[in-house]
Write a protein that binds this ligand. Structure first.
Ligand code: NAP
Length: 369
C-alpha cells in the first residue's frame, strides 16, 4: 500500500495535512496539491464525460462534489470506487472550499449560479455559451492560448464551443506558418452535441422506424435518422445560426486574430458522437500540403491520418472517445491560389467539452505563476 503525506495549500489558505487513501494516491511528479472539485450538470452528456476524463487524466482530487437540478438530485455516480450523491444546485454556501467547478448545465444555469459558485474563490470553468464573449472572461484552448487562463478577474474561464475548439487546435499550427485570412467550414455535428437526451432520441428513431412506427421528434426540428439538418441553434439576423456565428467570433478571440473571417455552415448529422469539419483556409502566403502535414505532425493535440491510397482518413466512428483532434484529406484548394483544404474529426464531448476544460485546469496547475 502506498501512502504519502501531501501539504495542501490553496488560495483560501493552509489546509491541514491530509493522509492519502490508496485510491487517491497520485504520483509525486504529477502534483502534491489535491483539489476539491465540483461538477455542475453531472448527469448530462458532458457531466458524465467529466467523471471519466478526471479519472483518466489522474486529476489530483481530494473531494469531488456533484450537482444537478431537482431532476437528478439524489442520484449516485461512482468515481474512483466511491459513490457520490448528486446535490441540488442551490444558492447557498456549497461551493465553500471548492477549488475548481466544471460547469455544464446550460447558459441560463451558469448565468444564474456564477456568483454562488465563484464567491468563495472557486474557479468556474464553464462549458456553456454564457460568458464566452465577455471581455473579462478568458476563452481558452490550452494548445492555442493557455496563458489567457491566468487572467480571471471574475474567477470564470469559458470553454469554447465544441466545433470551434476542434478547429482552432488545427488552425494554430498553420497560422504559425502563415497568417490565416479566411476560413470556410462545413460542420457535420453528432446528435450528442445537443445533449444526452438528443443522442437517445436518434437511437430511438432508428428503432421506431425499423418497427414501422412514426419516429419521435422532440430535440431536433425534424427527424434526424436518415436525414441531415442544416440548422444548429437559433437563426440570427444575418441568416447564419448562432452556432455558426460562435465559430466566427470565438475563433478571433481564442487566436488573438481579430482579422480572421470564418464563414460556417453547421449541419446536424445522424452520428452519435464526434463532430467532423470540412475546412478551407486562405493564408497570406501559400502553405503546401507537405508543410501542413509536417506542422500537424508536430502540433500538440493533433493526430495526422492522411493516407488516401490506403483509405486512411479520420471518421467519427473511430474517433469517438478519443482525446486528440484527427486531421486528414489535406489538399491544395483548387479554387484559391493561397488556399488549403482539409478534413478534421474530434470527439466533441471530450476535446470539444470535458477534456478541454480539464486541460485548462491542468495547464493552470502546471504553469502556476
Ligand atoms: P445535457 O446532456 O442535456 O445535460 C444537462 C445537464 O445540466 C444535466 O446534468 C442537468 O441536470 C443539468 N441542469 C440543467 N438545469 C439545471 C439547473 N437548473 N441546475 C443544475 N443543473 C442543471 O447537456 P450537455 O450536452 O451535457 O450540455 C451541457 C452544457 O455543455 C450546455 O451548455 C452545452 O451547450 C455545453 N456543451 C455540450 C457539448 C456536447 O457535445 N454535448 C459540447 C460542448 C458544450 P438534471 O439532469 O438534474 O436536470
Amino acid at each position: 500500500m502506498k501512502i504519502c503525506l501531501a501539504g495542501v495549500n490553496n488560495q483560501m489558505g493552509q489546509k491541514p495535512v491530509k493522509i492519502l487513501e490508496p485510491q487517491d494516491f497520485i504520483q509525486y511528479e504529477q502534483r502534491l496539491r489535491l483539489m476539491k472539485v465540483a461538477i455542475v450538470g453531472a448527469s448530462g452528456a458532458v457531466g458524465q464525460e467529466f467523471l471519466r476524463v478526471l479519472d483518466e487524466q489522474n486529476f489530483p482530487i481530494s473531494e469531488l462534489l456533484l450537482f444537478g437540478s431537482k431532476r437528478s438530485a439524489g442520484t449516485t455516480y461512482t468515481f474512483r470506487g466511491k459513490e457520490i450523491t448528486v446535490k441540488e444546485l442551490q444558492h447557498n454556501d456549497d461551493f465553500k472550499g471548492v477549488d475548481i467547478a466544471f460547469t455544464s448545465a446550460g447558459a441560463g444555469t451558469s448565468k444564474e449560479f456564477a456568483e454562488t459558485i465563484t464567491k468563495h474563490g472557486a474557479i468556474m470553468i464553464d462549458n456553456s455559451s454564457a460568458f464566452r464573449m465577455d471581455e473579462d472572461v478568458p476563452l481558452v484552448v490550452p494548445e492555442v492560448n493557455g496563458e489567457d487562463a491566468f487572467n480571471t478577474p471574475r474567477n470564470i474561464i469559458a470553454n469554447p464551443n465544441c466545433t470551434t475548439i476542434q478547429m482552432v487546435v488545427a488552425l494554430k499550427p498553420l497560422n504559425d506558418i502563415s497568417k490565416i485570412k479566411r476560413v470556410h467550414v462545413a460542420t457535420y455535428q453528432a446528435a450528442s452535441g445537443a445533449g444526452a437526451v438528443a443522442m437517445d432520441e436518434l437511437v430511438e428513431q432508428y428503432k421506431e422506424i425499423a418497427e414501422g412506427k412514426e419516429p419521435t421528434v422532440n430535440k431536433f426540428a425534424y427527424q434526424l435518422a436518415y436525414n441531415l439538418i442544416p440548422h444548429i441553434d437559433v437563426f440570427q439576423d444575418n441568416d447564419y445560426t448562432k452556432e455558426e456565428m460562435k465559430m466566427f467570433h470565438e475563433t478571433r478571440k481564442i487566436m488573438h486574430e481579430p482579422e480572421i473571417s470564418v464563414s460556417a455552415t453547421c449541419v446536424r448529422v445522424p452520428v452519435l458522437r464526434a463532430h467532423s469539419e470540412a475546412i478551407w483556409i486562405e493564408t497570406e502566403q501559400p502553405i503546401t500540403p507537405e508543410q501542413a502535414r509536417e506542422a500537424f505532425n508536430k502540433a500538440e493535440g493533433v493526430v495526422l491520418v492522411d493516407n488516401p491510397a490506403e483509405k486512411e482518413y479520420p471518421m467519427p466512428l473511430f474517433v469517438a472517445n478519443q482525446d486528440p483532434v484527427y486531421v486528414g484529406r489535406i489538399r491544395k484548394d483548387l479554387a484559391n491560389e493561397n488556399g488549403l483544404t482539409f478534413w478534421l474529426v474530434g470527439d466533441q464531448i471530450k476535446k470539444g467539452a470535458a477534456l478541454n476544460a480539464v486541460q485548462i485546469a491542468q495547464y493552470m496547475i502546471k504553469h502556476k505563476k
